[in-house]
Design a protein around this ligand. Sequence first.
Ligand code: CU
Length: 289
Amino acid sequence: MSLLRRIGGCAAAVLAFAGLAQAVLAAPPRNWQMNLNEPASPTMERIVEFHNLLLVVITLISVFVLALLLYVMFRFSEKRNPTPSKTTHNTVLEVLWTTIPVIILVIIAIPSFKLLYYADRVENADMTLKAIGRQWYWSYEYPDNGNFTFDSVLVADEDLEDGQPRLLTPDNMVVVPVNTKVRLLVTASDVLHSFALPALGVKLDAVPGRINETWFEVTREGTYYGQCSEICGTGHAYMPIAVKAVSKAEFERWVAKAKEEFARVDAPEATTHLAQVGTQSTAEAASAN
Ligand SMILES: [Cu+2]
């Protein structure tokens, strides 16, 4: 019995440790820090909650299986059990070890599917951000904020300023307003990339010739870093993602500046582009007839 009690104590310690690791997350990053990034979006908050649920489930299962193994090794060793039983079937046990795992999987599946659909897309986005993966940098467009686009290229180690993290700092950051539902469109112009922002719970493949959609809402002002998460060539490690979340007023000021600084000269207005393509093909069809 004391063995079981000790195992129970271990399980409690593991759970307490997991809770502790969660509690120390609020501080800035340090060496040897564990656990997920501190969440800064409703999606990531839910991912962390789901992760914590799974942590409890996986700990209980591991401790239970370990306890069974230790008990069997001790109780049914050759010394204590010289003539083993020849039992091969036990209906009750077989029904139990089939149904209990099924129930556990259903308990996991329900919040898992809810989360998948929650993170998938948002009905009423306040604005759209388009990220285009390229070898090896990201380009961004703000289709409903103006006809501008810019590239976001890694700052070399020797050009970093104080406080700028190495391999995570691009020359131009993505700027978004806080507490705003941002529809995120992700595509690529050459090979597969993946747009990943751990603190916002975003990870989406960038596929040439295809637009993938997700969304995020940053709940706190600050800078959030991510990286390309699809091995895309020799520059794969050198195409960081940096999102600066600012107040809505500050975002408006940034948009006004970006419209001048990053104005497109090579392409038609983004919002009318599709309409123009439509008219063109109709005109071509008409002239062909
Ligand atoms: Cu890439």
